[in-house]
Design a protein around this ligand. Structure first.
Ligand SMILES: [Zn+2]
Length: 73
């Protein structure tokens, strides 16, 4: 598929870390969620040895597919 850990050669399991922002309104009686951003991909790590893979160096199609897969943008 094109993903390979440069450190241990793992080609199957990877961790994708995302960051998501929520806007919470605190003016009323209860907290209210008014806005929620789509998560942004922060890091791609090997699941075997935790080596960070360079997202910018990924094949663009592969990167797009992965971003869609985790619901990010
Ligand atoms: Zn690895």
């Amino acid at each position: 598929m094109g993903l390979t850990c440069p450190s241990c050669g793992n080609e199957t399991g990877f961790l994708v870390k995302t960051l998501q922002t929520h806007v919470v309104q605190a003016g009323g009686a209860e907290l209210d969620l008014s806005e929620q951003s789509r998560p942004a991909v922060l890091e791609l790590l090997c699941d075997e040895c935790d080596t960070e893979l360079d997202l910018g160096a990924l094949d663009p199609d592969l990167r797009r597919e992965m971003i869609l897969l985790v619901g990010a943008h």
